[in-house]
Design a protein around this ligand. Structure first.
Ligand SMILES: [Zn+2]
Ligand SMILES: [Zn+2]
Length: 247
């Protein structure tokens, strides 16, 4: 590196350290906050899903008394069709600062957020039965090349370190590229994701309790398809932890 380039870079770093960052939500200065690029006030408004949820899929019931008289009451979706995963839990509602933080991680290329946000995934992951292996929802190689990293792998890595459970990011692969689920209706999501995953190393998950990690649970189509494929390949049980949940 020539002297001029080095000097330029150092000057830029000093400027970065001196200038305040502004919150991506409210535009206020970001001072003391657990999450970079989001101010403490906005982060404080995140709606963590600590109220009553569907005991199977983690859907947040609107009424705080939903489970008072029947603690095993399942949501409509789980009653209509049993999900292929044993349990699913999400940390927070997919709105406001949490949605923005996930957006920054995925599309804003702020991959340092992976570790920070992974910490917030822990309460929901920790409430699930202790897994023997943690598997992130994989990206197709073409999307991975474009994005440069898999956000679910970053979150799963943070969870593994805290739970002291091995991470396996090679057993489950995305073998078919798919359209982004966000553009699709619930029915289209299911069709879009069907056959997109394969277990290429079944010996790594066989007879094991698997914790599947993803960033967002929307209709559950993606994690359901992953769980179905993992179970078919011999996983004893699949539980799901996501950072956020919409719907
Ligand atoms: Zn803010
Ligand atoms: Zn449910």
């Amino acid at each position: 590196m020539d002297g001029k380039g080095w000097l330029g870079k150092s000057f830029f770093r000093v400027l970065q350290a001196l200038l305040p960052t502004f919150c991506r939500l409210c535009g206020g200065p970001v001072l003391e906050t657990p999450v970079p690029w989001i101010c403490g006030a906005c982060w404080g408004k995140v709606r963590w899903l600590t109220g009553p949820v569907c005991p199977r899929c983690g859907f947040a019931f609107p009424s705080p008394e939903a489970l008072t008289h029947s603690p095993g009451h399942l949501c409509g979706n789980c009653r209509d069709k049993e999900p292929p995963f044993a349990l699913a839990r999400a940390a927070g509602a997919h709105e406001g600062a949490l949605r923005e933080a996930i957006h920054l991680l995925k599309y804003g290329r702020k991959h340092s957020l992976g570790k920070k946000l992974g910490r917030f995934l822990l309460p929901s992951a920790g409430a699930l039965p202790t897994p023997e292996v943690v598997v992130p929802v994989p990206l197709h190689p073409s999307r991975l090349r474009h994005r440069g990293f898999n956000q679910s792998l970053l979150l799963a890595d943070a969870v593994c370190r805290r739970l002291d459970v091995p991470l396996d990011h090679g057993a489950l692969q995305r073998v078919r590229p798919t359209r982004p689920q966000v553009e699709l209706t619930p029915e289209e999501r299911k069709a879009n994701i069907r056959g997109a995953f394969a277990v290429l190393r079944p010996e790594r998950i066989e007879d094991k309790r698997v914790l599947l990690v993803d960033d967002v649970f929307t209709t559950g189509a993606t994690v359901s398809e992953c769980a179905r494929v993992l179970r078919k390949a011999g996983a004893q049980e699949v539980v799901v932890a996501t950072l956020s949940r919409s719907g």
